[in-house]
Ligand binder design. Structure first.
Ligand SMILES: Cc1ncc(C[n+]2csc(CCOP(=O)(O)OP(=O)(O)O)c2C)c(N)n1
Ligand SMILES: [Mg+2]
Length: 563
């Protein structure tokens, strides 16, 4: 039997040509052709993608997602048939909504044991093939399709990678029959690397018109939501804001750091009260900035700046935009600053504005700081006291990942989110992905401390054992701070909202709300994690100091913070 080069080699070669650095996976027996090719790559000392094997599919998808969010470079995920794909579906759904480009393959059989020349394992006929698992994935990802022959396998994978990287970026899934991976493969005559997706930009004339409006505006403002997904856009937003002294407000739903919160033009998360007096509001990467959606927060002109503002997975969207500027956000913001400089502006008015808003910023910051300090003086540990200690002890280049619910806004307000890529949250509402995303970020940024804040309920949705195993096996030390309020507090809030006079309010039964969790600080013991429980600010300070020391030794850490 020749068996080489075969479809497994075609897949690995396509990944090489796409520049894929990691194949992140959880096993299934359709992947032996890829394992063969990877073994050959190693035996022959060839360069190519590295292999990360996880004990759970959501974790595999999340690690690839975290890595790609941090680097912008699409990675590959291999999942087992329909079963593994469904297990990973939560992560694929979230990655799609975060516009993370991934190439995801899952396997199937098309001969199902009928071909004497190609015996297949019984599982394929007996159940793990569902007859086109691309159908299951299609509603959840950017694009899902099948490979239709051995001869089109290589180019189908190349196309999947190219498609994933196009705007809107996202997950592209291919259902790959095992028979095609086992079939002989003749490489194309010329194997060339795949060109990167070009940057699509707004028309210069449109940007120029907006610049003219911007320099004439007396009270322009920016609401930043999703622009920081691209670190270039973080910097470009800061430069534009600085040039014209435009204050920046954070949209409460932001999943990224969009603007330095220590910049004198930062007015805070959700500080929409300022918008009423604005005559021009720029939405930088706006997706769902307003709630209720139709409540217009300004009488000014609203301009949506985005690569693609209409998010097709949202079932309803109302940006209130009077104008759209579409194209690469970083490019638009930079071009806008350049055009404003060339059009010219009233420097005295800009400086007057700068001094007004920096005064507001100082007050906002002072208020936040006194909230933290008061919290830190109290006996009871809470999220603001935790942020106070974190600000004191964590390195300035730390990256924060957040998977909490009722603590989400306080964390966004009180953490030191001053640098591009200092904050990440996954999208789509599916809890249980924080650890994997933090591990993927750590894989991309091994020199920076990575801290995950997880609610106790959220933490328990994670594949904890599997994720801790990956942290140890792949040398990815992270710190997890569990904000443990011993409940699904948000469920209780929702219940009280819908049933203010309900019977549950006057009892202590706690249906849907109470959690009796294990001691989180002990869960990492088999993996040599540092663990500590903190019930007071002093204990939290000691725990964090211990955790930081452990990170320095390459060990992960869990702090069970009783809030
Ligand atoms: C996979 C998944 N299952 C269920 C939910 C519903 N849900 C939303 S918030 C929440 C509570 C999370 O608890 P915790 O992390 O402790 O945050 P708290 O509400 O206490 O702030 C739940 C269960 C979800 N978002 N995702
Ligand atoms: Mg909780």
């Amino acid at each position: 039997m020749k068996n080489q080069p075969d479809g497994g080699e075609a897949i690995v070669e396509a990944f090489r040509r796409l520049g894929v650095e990691y194949i992140v996976t959880s096993p299934g027996s359709e992947w032996s052709p890829v394992w063969e090719a990877l073994t050959r790559q190693r035996v022959d000392a060839r360069s190519g993608p590295q292999f990360i094997q996880c004990w759970h599919e959501t974790l595999a998808v999340n690690i690839a997602t975290g890595y790609t969010m941090m680097t912008g470079r699409p990675q590959a995920v291999l999942l087992h048939a329909a079963a593994g794909m469904l297990q990973g579906a939560l992560g694929l759904f979230a990655a799609t909504r975060a516009e993370v480009p991934l190439v995801v393959l899952s396997g199937e059989s098309v001969t199902l044991g009928e071909d004497d020349a190609r015996p297949m394992e019984g599982q394929w006929y007996a159940g793990v093939s569902v007859g086109g698992s691309d159908r299951l994935m299609a509603p959840l990802v950017k694009w899902s399709g099948r490979v239709h022959s051995a001869i089109t396998l290589y180019q189908s994978v190349i196309r999947a990678g190219e498609m994933a990287a196009r705007t809107p970026k996202g997950v592209v899934h291919l259902d790959v029959p095992l028979e095609y991976m086992l079939a002989d493969w003749t490489p194309p005559q010329a194997l060339s690397s795949v060109p990167p997706a070009p940057t699509r930009v707004a028309l210069p004339a449109d940007v120029h018109r907006l610049a003219e409006r911007l320099v004439k505006a007396s009270n322009p403002m920016i609401v930043a939501e999703h622009s920081g997904v691209d670190p270039r856009a973080f910097d470009a937003l800061a430069q534009l804001a600085e040039l014209l002294a435009i204050p920046v407000i954070g949209a409460p739903g932001a999943n990224f750091a969009n603007f330095p919160q220590d910049n004198p033009l930062w007015l805070g998360v959700g500080a929409y009260q300022h918008l009423e007096s604005s005559d021009l509001v720029l939405l930088a990467g706006g997706r769902t900035p307003w709630t209720p959606p139709s409540r217009r927060r300004t009488s000014g002109h609203i301009v949506a700046i985005n690569d693609e503002p209409m998010k097709s997975w949202l079932i309803y969207q109302n940006l209130q935009a009077d104008e759209y500027i579409e194209g690469d956000i970083a490019h638009t913001l930079t071009a806008l600053a350049e055009a404003a400089a060339s059009v010219g502006f009233d420097s005295a008015a800009v400086e007057a504005r700068r001094s007004t808003w920096s005064g507001v910023h100082r007050n906002v910051n002072a208020a936040l700081q006194s909230e933290r300090e008061a919290a830190a003086r109290s006996d009871k540990l809470n999220v603001m006291a935790i942020c106070d200690v974190v600000r004191e002890l964590m390195r300035a280049d730390a990256i924060y990942v957040e998977e909490t619910v009722t603590h989400a806004i306080p964390l966004r307000k009180h953490l030191p989110l001053n640098r591009p890529q200092s904050f990440f949250r996954h999208n789509g509402g599916g809890l249980g992905q924080g650890i994997g995303i933090a591990l993927g970020i750590k894989l991309a940024a091994p020199e920076q401390p990575v801290v995950l804040f997880a609610g106790d309920g959220s933490m328990l949705y994670n594949p904890i054992v599997q994720a801790f195993g990956a942290a140890k096996q792949y040398d990815l030390p992270i710190l997890i701070v569990v904000l443990n309020n011993q409940s699904y507090e948000s469920m209780g809030r929702g219940h009280r909202l819908y049933y203010p006079d309900g019977v549950a309010n006057s009892t202590d039964f706690g249906y849907g709300v109470k959690i009796d969790a294990p001691p989180f600080e002990d869960l990492g013991r088999p993996f040599d994690f540092f663990g500590a429980c903190a019930t007071s600010v002093a204990e939290f300070r000691t725990a964090l100091a211990g955790a930081i020391e452990a990170l320095g030794e390459g060990r992960s850490a869990v702090i069970n913070a009783m809030v």
